[in-house]
Design a protein around this ligand. Structure first.
Ligand SMILES: [Zn+2]
Length: 402
């Protein structure tokens, strides 16, 4: 039996290290984006999904263009190939996709480009190795300390992240033991509800507002309307320009939200991120425009491939009743929901309607797992404090979860 966990470790960077780490992630992004561009266009009109082929074509050039070590250059190329692979999967299923771009400040390390200790890490940069101490919470029973301090867990690889000026290591850790009973693995999931006012709401109580997105959308629509009135060829070209700019801006925004959702899952030690199946969302949420639907699909796609990097899996579940059902007692009724307010007509539970839905989405996955062939490993939904089990009972601190 293998247990995979992601430990999110804040780093204490020595004086002057910031510049070199930033240089590392910039050059890493350059490798990934260059590789994505090449693999997307491929040769003979086929997308390239072979790491060996991409290495052959790109490695020498990228070693020359950057000051990264061989291993980091390769990791950058491979990150792009993995993303292209998931695009090709989507194309096979007739789903929308577009060339992956890498904008987050990250770099992927393994044991050749980093040395992982229990209290510090040494990272390869263009300026040689840099050693950073871990900043670990004292509580040894909680992640990340629980895993970092436990010799049974081995460091496999890690992604270096820069967030709000600080540096973090998202370390993939593995514990192997002889226990062959696969049903005992405990899973914790993050439920995520997508919507037109709150773009995403996680079962941990994190909200991502759609205000910015909706504001730009209106702005662009007005500009396009004005241009359409002109009807000239120049105006048509200007409209195309507006659309290109619009898509780029929205994609950047969605990448940012996707990174934050994945970080939320990693920080709360979740093995799965659960979304609703988007196939019939326009029926269940009638105010969903095609534009929102595009954003939801893109966001799911981004989360899915960014999550995989962290050893976290994104899944979709049947969305039926997730907005009308009470996440506390299970009572399901149309009257439970009134716009953004949820009030259970049976038990009186009150909360933001999208937050209630996000918990139901997580619970829906739990129920599906219970009927799984392997007998269903125990699964919990991660809340802002503690977790929720399939019976609706809280684990750990039951407070603040009213
Ligand atoms: Zn209720």
């Amino acid at each position: 039996m293998e247990y995979r966990r992601t430990a999110v470790i804040k780093l204490d960077t020595p004086e002057g290290a910031d510049t070199h780490l930033r240089e590392t992630v910039e050059q890493f992004k350059y490798c990934a984006n260059t590789a994505s561009e090449w693999c997307w266009h491929g040769d003979d009109g086929y997308h390239v999904t072979s790491k060996a082929k991409a290495d052959d074509a790109l490695y020498d050039q990228l070693r020359e263009d950057t000051e990264l070590t061989a291993n980091l250059v390769q990791k950058g190329i491979h990150q792009a190939v993995e993303a292209i692979k998931s695009c090709v999967e989507r194309l096979k299923n007739d789903q929308d996709t577009s060339r992956p771009t890498f904008s987050a400040d990250t770099a992927i390390y393994d044991k050749r480009s980093a040395t992982f200790h229990r209290d510090r890490v040494s990272l390869s940069t263009p300026d040689g190795r840099i050693e950073c101490d871990y900043i670990l919470p004292d509580d040894a029973d909680l992640p990340p300390t629980k895993y970092v301090a436990n010799e049974d867990y081995e460091f496999r690889r890690a992604t270096l992240h820069r967030r709000d000026g600080d540096w973090y290591l998202h370390a993939s850790m593995l514990k192997e033991d002889d226990d062959t009973d696969t049903t005992t693995e405990h899973r914790t999931v993050l439920g995520v509800d997508l919507g037109v006012n709150q773009l995403a709401v996680a079962s941990t109580g994190q909200f991502w507002s759609a205000d910015e997105f909706n504001h730009w959308k209106r702005e662009y629509e007005n500009r396009r309307g004005d241009l359409q009135q002109c009807g000239t060829r120049a105006a048509h070209e200007a409209i195309a320009g507006v659309e290109r700019k619009e898509d780029g801006r929205f994609e950047m925004f969605l990448h940012r939200v996707a990174n934050e959702i994945v970080a939320e899952a990693a920080e709360h030690d979740c093995s799965h991120i659960v979304f609703e199946d988007l196939t019939d969302i326009r029926e269940s949420v009638p105010q969903t425009s095609w534009h929102h639907l595009w954003a939801f699909r893109r966001l799911y796609e981004y989360v899915a491939y960014k999550a995989r990097e962290q050893g976290v899996e994104a899944v979709q579940v049947d969305p039926r009743n997730t907005s009308k059902r009470c996440s506390t007692c299970g009572f399901t009724h149309d009257d439970n929901r009134n716009g953004e307010d949820f009030e259970c007509q049976d038990c009186g539970y009150q909360n933001h309607a999208d937050y209630n839905a996000s918990k139901n989405i997580g619970l829906q996955y739990l129920r599906r797992r219970q009927n799984a062939d392997d007998g269903g490993a125990p699964v919990d939904v991660r809340l802002n404090r503690g977790t929720l089990t399939v019976s609706g009972a809280y684990n750990l601190p039951a407070t603040s979860e009213a």
